[in-house]
Design a protein around this ligand. Structure first.
Ligand SMILES: [Zn+2]
Length: 132
């Protein structure tokens, strides 16, 4: 069964999360690199939204991203490192990596705002995160 994302709730949640300056975004990547030892390269592009690139093992972030976006993109690189091709996209390998990164960063993975994340994740794992 496909659960339709509640767009209003999604927008409110998105805007309620803390935005971080670029220096802090880099600091988060550095911290996670130390924790997981994958040496992700940090890049900045003020005209882009955040994305991860497997080939260059890099995370590019734009201005004033919510901090959880860094956690999300880092989980992509970790998932690729762990599972190769199977770790790409938003499947179960990615999700398991995301749980690990969220736990490392927040101390509690439930502090990661799953409701803000991509609809596929939210729908697939909705039952595990009631009310989020
Ligand atoms: Zn993603």
């Amino acid at each position: 069964m496909k659960i339709k994302r509640d767009d209003k709730k999604y927008r409110e949640a998105w805007h309620s999360y803390k935005r971080i300056p670029i220096t802090e975004a880099k600091f988060i990547v550095d911290l996670l690199n130390q924790e997981f030892g994958i040496k992700a390269v940090f890049k900045f592009n003020n005209r882009a939204r955040a994305f991860a690139k497997y080939g260059s093992n890099s995370i590019t972030v734009g201005l004033n991203e919510p901090e959880w976006v860094i956690v999300h993109e880092f989980a992509h690189l970790l998932s690729f490192r762990r599972y190769g091709e199977a770790g790409k996209h938003h499947g179960v390998h990615f999700y398991n990596s995301l749980k690990d990164v969220a736990t490392a960063y927040y101390g509690d993975m439930h502090k990661y705002p799953f409701i803000c994340d991509y609809a596929s994740l939210y729908c697939r794992y909705y039952k595990e995160f009631p009310g989020r």
